[in-house]
Design a protein around this ligand. Structure first.
Ligand code: N01
Length: 534
């Protein structure tokens, strides 16, 4: 049947964020008939929804951008070292227009179910409005951090004031002038928004359950000279990034922290701190495996917090004491700790004074009461699995993906789950996902998957399915790799620990993008070992 007469597409992409948009472009380039379904009213995925004040990327803009087209790369001008959400969204819209992607994207189309038809080897997906779409391959680019977490705090629906979630911030900016604002949550979203909310609100109260480490971004405008240098270095920068652990070209100190004298270590940490943001977490190669190096990094960061925050009790409350630094993602801020020196800002340490309930007028803690006009939830996401588990996905024999992941997500290379042939995940559990630069990683993954489809098509095969033994082995390998590090010492969302009742399984491949890419290349060279192609 020719593509024109077939009632179905070659590829349905779910999600028009960075990964999904590239999938549309690359699938077209590969000669496939592709349609993308996006829940939002615009493209951008996480960057469409997370438009809270202060939202910015913590990967440098010149790295957190597509590499697939030299002209795009050289013509787009990033104005700052770390781009704001509006600038990233402008970029994404520019890419969608430039490559004419919008004609293959249906917006406002939230998928609620997907079912594999064993007779035709196609996926049939249904939207919230009951529309049906069908394709040979279903490529889920649904995002690692796209299912917002609504916390189970008693009385959450009783509050009579305005309620906002950072992950679903309204398109019309709320006016906070003269208002008493409360923020629950001090992860990256809370830490980025607090300094701006403090400037707008009359009074800001930050409700912190767990302190997080944050490192100043040291953001700055990119100069004309920067722009010239970046263009000269781009291809080399990208090459290094693809080989690196995190998908950006920065190198750790050439020695382990444990091999350095205290003076040398201190100097390296000062340099790491001055580099800014998450890069501090990569000061030494052994920072996530050596308790000693990690403790030194932690003590260094603690001293910085004490230096910045004037009130010693507030500073003590802001210092994390329950996880090695970096085992929860290090936050990147602009003026977060300084904000607690303002007269209109108060920190409530919920470990000392827990929330009893949310009421009509605000928040009642065990020891106090806070009257509020506005409540902001920066309470994170049901990460890695949440977006897919919110869709009823049924594979062969009616197998349910939720059921397959009941004890934690399993996957082969992060791409596929047995019993779900022709369903692929971009940035899925078992891949490096958020531990790497998501833009570069998703380009690499989409290219690899399209090559796999081309390989199957060339054989006249119509089904690709991960083998159970390969999946078991890979899932165990992901876990073992994490066990060699300090990551399992944190109750992080990497482990599913932030969601009540969610099974604990470390969901990310910690050995880095370069290593992961090598493994994928070897699998492909080995005739796609671990996949059943029929
Ligand atoms: O979410 P989080 P996030 N009562 O899960 C608290 C990426 N990101 O949106 O730790 C009280 O980190 C919770 O407390 P606790 C980045 O990868 C990147 O901030 O569970 N508090 C925590 O403090 C990041 O890691 C960027 O005790 C409750 C907070 O809510 C990831 O997204 C910007 C609670 C949630 O923090 C997620 O970050 C933004 C309750 N019942 C996000 N429930 C950049 O690029 C939850 N909390 C810079």
């Amino acid at each position: 049947m020719s593509a024109e007469t077939r009632p179905y597409k070659d590829v349905l992409v779910v999600g028009a964020g960075f990964g999904g948009l590239y999938a549309v472009h690359a699938a077209r380039q590969a000669g496939l008939d592709v349609l993308c379904l996006e829940a939002g009213a615009g493209v951008g995925g996480t960057w469409y929804f997370n438009r809270y004040p202060g939202a910015r990327c913590d990967v440098e803009s010149i790295d957190y951008s597509y590499s697939f087209d030299d002209d795009l790369q050289n013509e787009w001008v990033w104005s700052e070292r770390y781009a704001t959400q509006p600038e990233i969204l402008r970029y994404i819209n520019h890419v969608a227009e430039r490559f004419d992607l919008l004609r293959s994207i249906r917006l406002d189309t939230r998928i609620v179910s997907a079912c594999f038809d064993e007779q035709t080897s196609t996926w049939r997906v249904t939207s919230e409005r009951g529309e049906e779409f069908e394709a040979r391959y279903l490529l889920c680019a649904t995002g690692s951090l796209s299912a917002p977490n609504r916390p189970a705090i008693p009385g959450i629906d009783d509050f009579a004031g305005e309620v906002y979630f950072t992950a679903q911030w309204p398109r019309t900016e709320p006016d906070l002038a003269g208002r008493r604002v409360g923020v629950i949550g001090t992860g990256s979203s809370g830490i980025q928004s607090v300094p701006l909310l403090a400037r707008q609100a009359d009074q800001l109260t930050v409700f912190q359950r767990t302190a997080n480490f944050s490192v100043p971004a040291l953001n700055r405008a990119l100069t004309h000279e920067d722009q010239i240098r970046v263009r000269e270095e781009y291809s080399e920068r990208r090459r290094k990034s693809r080989l690196s652990g995190g998908g950006s070209p920065h190198l750790a100190y050439p020695k382990n922290g444990t091999e350095c004298t205290p003076e040398e270590r201190l100097a390296a940490f000062e340099k790491g701190w001055a580099t800014g943001g998450v890069l501090f977490g990569k000061t030494f190669p052994d920072q996530y495996v050596s308790e000693e190096t990690n403790r030194c990094a932690q003590e260094f960061a603690e001293a910085k917090i004490r230096e910045i925050v004037h009130d010693p009790e507030t500073a003590a409350d802001l210092i994390p004491n329950d996880h090695p630094i970096g085992t929860k993602r290090i936050c990147t801020d602009t003026g977060y700790y300084e904000t607690f020196n303002r007269d209109n800002v108060a920190l409530v340490n919920l470990r000392k004074d827990p929330i009893v309930r949310i009421t009509e007028w605000g928040i009642k803690t065990e020891g106090s009461a806070y009257e509020l006009d506005v409540l902001v939830f920066a309470t994170g996401f049901d990460a890695m699995t949440g977006a897919l588990n919110r869709i009823d996905i049924r594979g062969t024999g009616g197998a349910s993906l939720r059921e397959a992941w009941r004890e934690g997500p399993v996957s082969y290379l992060g791409y596929q789950v047995p019993s779900f042939p022709n369903l692929f995940i971009v940035s899925g559990p078992g891949s490096p996902a958020v531990l790497a630069n998501m833009v570069l990683a998703s380009e690499m993954q989409v290219d690899w998957l399209l090559e796999l489809i081309r390989h199957a098509d060339a054989q006249g095969a119509n089904q690709i399915e991960a083998r159970a033994d390969a999946t078991e082995k890979w899932t165990a390998h992901v876990q073992e790799a994490a066990e060699e590090t300090l990551f399992l010492r944190a109750n992080s969302w990497y482990l599913g620990a932030n969601i009540e009742g969610k099974p604990r399984r470390f969901m990310l491949y910690v050995r880095g993008l370069g290593t992961y890419a090598d493994i994928c290349t070897r699998v492909a060279e080995n005739d796609y070992a671990g996949f059943e192609i029929s």
